[in-house]
Design a protein around this ligand. Sequence first.
Ligand SMILES: C[S@@+](CC[C@H](N)C(=O)[O-])C[C@H]1O[C@@H](n2cnc3c(N)ncnc32)[C@H](O)[C@@H]1O
Ligand SMILES: [Zn+2]
Length: 349
Amino acid sequence: MTQLHCPRCSQVLGRQGDQIHCDGCTAFWPIQRGVPRFFPRAPYWGEVSQENMGCVLTDVESAGWRAALQRNLSPEEWARIGYLLDSESRPWESLVSLPDRPRVLDVGCGLGAISEGFARRGAELVCADAVPERAAFTAARCRQEGAADVTPIQCDAGALPVADGEFDVIVLNHVLEWVGCSSSEPDPRASQRRILSHIYRKLRPGGSLCVAIENRFTPVTRFRDPHAGMRFTTWMPQGLANRWSLWRRGTPYRTPLYSYGALGRLLRKTGFESTHFYAPLPSSRNMRYLAALDDKRFTRHALGQMFDIKHPTLSLAVRSVNTKLPLHWLLARCAPEFMVVAQRELDAR
Ligand SMILES: C[S@@+](CC[C@H](N)C(=O)[O-])C[C@H]1O[C@@H](n2cnc3c(N)ncnc32)[C@H](O)[C@@H]1O
Ligand SMILES: [Zn+2]
């Protein structure tokens, strides 16, 4: 089990019965269903109702994770989580170089679709989520899929109870856009910057952050904000989006996204030395190709393959147009979402 550290004073934490405690600052936290709970205020959230998730957790050890879901979910819930059952659809583990028994932290692990890929590679995993049921389920799924060791924790992404410099890989897959919702900071982008800096420190020098987030300026969603559900808010400046959201829905705008350029700048400003951008096409839920946005040839190849044009004359015409058009530039601006591997420099302190 990964050694946990106090999120307040960084001391190593101890376990006593059903509690985790800190000798440094005398804080303690409960352990429920095997999950230390560092973030008690967090409300339940998920594709599956809390009641059904409780039944899944009761069955998960005896029935196996997939059967436990099948048995306890409504047909609508089962359809909703379909894309989360197949870890190969988001192959982060093939985009980073992994040592033997890599140490991986999945922040906002959800139902474990990403953690599972690392579990299959024999990783030592920490599965963290604001919702304890999700961390507990992911831990069970990963143990069953071959993880060397799994530690589930319920915590906030900005107060991770783990040591600095500990992880080879940290995953933040469709979580960065949500962190403003659980923070009291007035500016959600400030929460995102704070959490990225916090996560950066948890990586070992040379370690990789895997971050996926929708593209702010994609036209693919027909300008509908995938989180707020309103049109054009992703294109608005934060202040205007906030006022618009307050007027239309009565709630502030807390889920800002990034463009290709702004996300790269944000990661470099956080301290990451290099970034490699990818775009799952046509979307991450239904990925057929992963276009490397930093490699012009690959982008063209992926697009050519994806549209799979069989007619020889048409195919030749498309290929010759391909070489003239700035497809690579266009894709980086219009891709539905980005998957970015950002590396902490090797001699970072
Ligand atoms: C869209 S889901 C993504 C789940 C998973 N990473 C995946 O790609 O399948 C976002 C997850 O982040 C978690 N989350 C949101 N805000 C969080 C926070 N501040 N700290 C920790 N987890 C958070 C949610 O509970 C949820 O499980
Ligand atoms: Zn402490």
